[in-house]
Write a protein that binds this ligand. Sequence first.
Ligand code: AMP
Length: 189
Amino acid sequence: MSARRLLLLGPPGAGKGTQAKRLVDRYEIPQISTGDMLRAAKAAGTEIGKRAKSYMDAGKLVPDEIVIGVAEERLGQPDAAAGFILDGFPRTVAQAEALDDLLDRLGVKLERCVAIAVPEDELVTRLLKRAELEGRADDNEASIRVRMNEYHEKTAPLVDHYSGRGVLVEVAGVGSIDEIAKRIEDALN
Ligand code: AMP
């Protein structure tokens, strides 16, 4: 039986969303993407969306208290009880600690943190390509630079956080989508 409570960690453009969707199909557990939820909130013009907008458009991380609330609410929903794939949350040590607390309260444990590693020049190429294909507001050069910076400064330390908890596996995020999916699947078994 493979792990069912998962976190995909990696820089912007590493393929977290793509790989999360593969895992959803394979294991029938939900993808929990704070980026998708925040974009939906922004598009719907909710209070959270309005508060998050300026950070997102600039490529900055949205403040912890906003994101933690969004993620906690989602993780508490019934479809997450049997498992989940966290994609893009947590992104700071404070968020990781809030997640640890929440999972404790729910009486469950994170089973794997899959860190997807991709060389930086490849990431930028991918994000610029995605900008052309999907037209995401934050896939422009200035924002990409800020997002990489935010990743290195605030998110990369989570590798140590999860390594210390004995759940970290590192996977090379280069090659075809199928090849990467296979490496992840092996890492979950
Ligand atoms: P993503 O689709 O995961 O790349 O997220 C897009 C944007 O949403 C990020 O650049 C942030 O502005 C915001 N965001 C998503 N998840 C988080 C998070 N866990 N913490 C802070 N900001 C986030």
